[in-house]
Design a protein around this ligand. Structure first.
Ligand code: FES
Length: 322
């Protein structure tokens, strides 16, 4: 199954901080790129079997370019390292059309935007959109130090600069992000958007929930996840509904890998249950959902799952595949 791609040229590669680079991408022939909305990301095909998702952080009204910011992750599984080391100006790379799993409501009474580190990329795009339409917005941006904070100049020069609070881990106590205070009173029709490292997001979301924020007010996108593996992972089988073939999935492999070994390729990207690229319909059986892509309501329906990381609670899962 092949997914359509757009070849683009790397027009600019800029080191924003010691470990964050931005890449400006444009159509090779100068044509317009597909439009996008704040919160969108693109899949970037970095190398053979290496696809990663990066949020678009330029103004969402632009169609002549996409801008992505990439953190060199010390725990890189290969993607961010390859972006930093191997992708340079004038290179041509393939990307997907923008997809949005982190949409912005632009009719909320007020929007509270929280960014941790490189999680600023979708948040910045949202802040610019909300400022443009005159919406009530407040942004908090945390980084480990000023030297590692990307886009500070762009934000400081923006029309919404006076509604942005910068927080630094290495700064004094007074300027640190106080989530208990910030999230204490969930206002009606106020929406909270958060993006950043998992630890940061977990604390923000836990504090919001503890303070009474409703799920419908919380919007978030995880960049990375640790796929849950337990000692209790057992073998199970998947049946391909359309052909009746049965494939064994051993405790040490994933459904996508077991299927690939049997010659059935399911497109994958993050392989961490974040992006939804591998989403597959379940005809029968009960998946053991381990992703962060599906909502709790979607998981409860048990009619789809992410085979890159999720497993099965039932001895056999029947999948809508040939
Ligand atoms: Fe991203 Fe499965 S490949 S969720």
């Amino acid at each position: 199954m092949s997914i359509p791609v757009i070849p683009v040229r790397v027009v600019k590669k800029i080191a924003e901080t010691t470990d964050i680079c931005t890449f400006e991408l444009a159509e090779i022939d100068g044509a317009k790129l597909p439009s996008f909305s704040p919160g969108s990301h693109i899949d970037v095909h970095i190398g053979k079997d290496l696809v990663r998702q990066y949020s678009l952080c330029n103004n969402s009204s632009e169609t002549h370019r996409y801008l992505i910011g990439v953190l060199r992750d010390p725990n890189s599984r290969g993607g961010s390292r390859a972006m930093h080391d191997n992708i340079n100006e004038n290179d041509v790379i393939n990307i997907s059309v923008p997809k949005n799993h982190f949409p912005l409501l632009d009719n909320a009474k007020r929007s509270l935007l929280l960014a941790g580190g490189i999680g600023v990329t979708p948040i910045l795009c949202m802040a610019e959109r909300l400022a443009l339409i005159g919406s009530d917005v407040e942004m908090h941006y945390s980084a480990s130090s000023p030297a590692r904070m990307a886009f500070r100049q762009r934000i400081s020069a923006s029309t919404f600069a006076n509604r942005v609070h910068f927080h630094f881990d290495d700064g004094n106590k007074q300027q640190k992000l106080n989530l208990d205070d910030l999230l204490r009173t969930p206002g009606q029709d106020v929406h909270l958007y958060v993006c950043g490292p998992k630890g940061f997001m977990d604390v923000v979301l836990a504090t919001a929930r503890k303070s009474g924020w409703q799920e419908a007010q919380l919007h978030y996108e995880f960049f990375s996840a640790e796929v849950v593996k337990t000692d209790r992972d057992t073998a199970f089988q998947v049946m391909l509904a359309r052909s009746g073939r049965i494939i064994d999935v051993s405790p040490n492999t994933t459904v996508t890998k077991a299927l690939a070994a049997a010659g059935i390729d399911i497109p994958v990207s993050c392989e961490q249950g974040i992006c939804g690229t591998c989403l597959t319909h379940v005809v029968e059986g009960v998946p053991d959902h381990r992703d962060m892509y599906l909502t709790d309501e979607e998981k409860a329906q048990n009619d789809q799952f992410t085979p890159c990381c999720s497993r099965s609670c039932s001895p056999i899962l029947v999948l809508d595949l040939d």
